[in-house]
Design a protein around this ligand. Structure first.
Ligand SMILES: *Cc1c(COP(=O)(O)O)cnc(C)c1O
Length: 350
């Protein structure tokens, strides 16, 4: 600890995080893999991939990490049934259901949209995992239906919890990615290396954790690439980081200027694959055998690749790309991957 009482290394950060109630759900630490062929073809820095798509529950993803905190809070309230309002192709819905199964809780998903003709991707997995899936035609209908599901559960003698009401989603994600950043630093440390920059698909929650790690440990840059233009991310992310710091009892303040988040890779809109994102999905698959997704991680990888191509990094610098999951969306957008002849395209040397 430094004179201000702040942790200054990963062990001290882990000790601070260990005070937060939590259930064990994810296989941690996730692997950190060097992407040598990808680095070579881009002609830029050394790239390592943090495999948070391998968190071990229901095909993996970043949400497994924050569910360790959110479901601990739900369990503490005595819940045996989780109700959740989400989108029809939600990674969060799939991972919540998988994690609830591990904790012996039932899941009712109230998904915005109508039942599709072809059930694929996350929705298929929601069914396989045994969630009770109900469709809401609008956001107001979704709110009404989730309250109805909660009331029904009470009437049936169950103890429901509306997970949207647990405030730990934001802070839990930030704390989880503070820990994930510690794992990255530790994985590189044993190789005598240290990160120069962390990249992740984020609308602010996970990135808030990376920014806290940067404030506490120093020595690296943090870049978020968002998949949605719904939020003004720097002020939102800074507010989340500050709430997480308070929850952890850390006397530090994050300002919106501390948040570098690139909204240039959203494409047409959230949920709609982009050319650049799809190219990145193909490139990771064909150089490294790593399957990204076209909604979040492909767009984030496109951002990282764009930054490498414009010369943001020197050769030998160490860039870490966090694969936050989302892979079931590959199957929802199957037509994008049928062009076998396309060869991966490299970049010009910066
Ligand atoms: C939810 C999600 C994100 C965004 O996470 P934040 O909490 O906003 O940082 C990124 N990638 C995938 C695959 C996701 O499911």
């Amino acid at each position: 600890m430094n004179p201000q009482g702040l942790p200054t290394n990963t062990q001290e950060i882990r000790a601070v995080i260990s005070r937060i109630p939590r259930v064990e759900l994810a296989c941690l630490p996730t692997p950190l893999q060097e992407a040598r062929r990808l680095s070579e073809i881009l002609g830029g820095p050394r790239i390592f991939v943090k495999r948070d798509d391998l968190t071990g529950v229901a095909l993996g993803g970043n949400k497994t990490r924050n569910l360790e905190f959110r479901l601990a809070a739900a369990k503490a309230s005595g819940a045996d049934l989780i109700v959740m309002e989400l989108d029809q192709q939600s990674n969060s819905a799939r991972l919540t259901t998988g994690c609830c199964n591990r904790l012996g809780m039932d899941t009712v998903l109230i998904l915005e949209g109508s039942e599709p003709d072809v059930v694929q991707g996350n929705l298929l997995l929601d069914h396989l995992l045994g969630a009770e899936v109900r469709f809401a035609s609008s956001r107001s209908e979704q709110l009404r239906m989730s309250r109805e599901a909660v009331a029904e559960a009470w009437a049936a003698g169950r103890t429901p919890c509306l997970l949207n009401d647990i405030p730990m989603f934001d802070e839990g994600s930030a704390i989880a990615y503070l820990e994930s950043a510690c794992e990255v630093v530790e994985s590189l440390e044993v190789q005598g290396l240290a990160p120069d920059c962390l990249y992740m698909s984020s609308s602010g929650k996970g990135q808030a954790g990376h920014v806290l790690a940067q404030k506490l440990l120093g020595g690296f840059r943090v870049r978020g690439i968002t998949a949605t233009d719904e939020f003004d991310i720097p002020p939102r992310g800074a507010a989340i980081a500050n709430r997480a710091a308070r929850t952890l009892g850390l006397d530090i303040t994050v300002a919106p200027e501390d948040f570098v988040n690139d909204a240039d890779y959203v494409g047409a809109a959230y949920g709609i694959p982009s050319e650049a994102g799809n190219e990145a999905v193909r490139l990771f698959a064909r150089t490294e055998g790593i399957v990204l997704d076209p909604i979040y991680t492909g767009k984030a990888a496109a951002g990282m690749i764009g930054h490498v191509r414009r010369g943001d990094f020197k050769s030998g610098e160490i860039v870490v790309f966090v694969h936050s999951g989302g892979t079931p969306a590959i199957f929802t957008h199957n037509h994008l991957w049928l062009d076998n002849k396309a060869k991966p395209q490299g970049g010009e040397k910066p």
